[in-house]
Design a protein around this ligand. Structure first.
Ligand SMILES: [Zn+2]
Length: 226
């Protein structure tokens, strides 16, 4: 995005300030209501992805939802376009990975429109999903985002692959994934990261074990509509 384009978007936001509506349902989505044996892999961030992870995702022919920072999308990265072409949702995760709760209303609106515009320009996709950095939100951020038509997609902590927790040994991560899959009913949203230390291993293990148990992997936009 050029500086001039960003300025134009900022002016649009500043010209459209509405009163916040706290009455609409702004609860984040932490699982998908379905009776199908389907799981929703969500992968966050986008800086320094493990190339083995990208190859695995593209070769395994699963679908999922990538929550990527706008500044990374703006770098015109080929693997993001490849995931989009492989029928993944590409959704926002703030522009610079700044906690949404630290932003003013105007700053948050500008941040989300920059991110969505970057995604649209890079992939042609527009969806209304957003994952807050660190999973952090509050009633004000939720109301602002709901007012703009966004839905917050979060996760249950136990559904994380724990790829980003360096202090946990890989074997422990696998047993954690086994326990999660044993209890999974379908509709669970799984959290992983593109660039964490064990992302490739934990995502590959999760996907292979789940497929062997008869689960499918889908993108969120096929199940949650506006
Ligand atoms: Zn993140």
């Amino acid at each position: 995005m050029t500086g001039l384009f960003k300025l134009a978007l900022t002016l649009v936001i500043l010209a459209n300030t509405n009163n916040l509506d706290y009455t609409t349902d702004t609860q984040p989505i932490i699982n998908v209501s379905t009776s199908e044996k389907v799981l929703f892999l969500t992968i966050d961030d986008g800086n320094d992805p493990d190339p083995r992870l990208i190859d695995f995702l593209l070769n395994s022919k699963i679908r999922g939802t990538a929550f990527i920072n706008g500044n990374i999308i703006d770098k015109n990265i080929e693997w993001i376009k490849a995931l989009s072409a492989a029928d993944w949702d590409i959704a926002g995760h703030s522009y610079n990975h700044k906690a949404l709760t630290t932003m003013s209303e105007t700053e948050l609106k500008i941040d989300t429109i920059y991110t969505s515009t970057a995604i649209f320009l890079a992939t042609g996709q527009f969806n209304f999903f957003l994952r807050p950095p660190y999973g952090i939100y509050n009633s004000t951020t939720s109301a602002i985002l709901a007012g703009q038509g966004y839905k917050i997609i979060n996760f249950e902590r136990q559904n994380s692959t724990a790829d980003f927790i360096d202090s946990i040994k890989l074997e422990t991560k696998w047993s954690r994934i086994d326990n999660f899959l044993e209890k999974a009913q379908g509709g669970e949203i799984i959290l992983a990261h593109f660039g964490a230390k064990d992302s490739y291993q934990t995502v590959k293990y999760t996907v292979e074990q789940a497929l062997a148990q008869g689960f499918r992997f889908e993108k969120i936009s096929n199940y949650i509509k506006k």
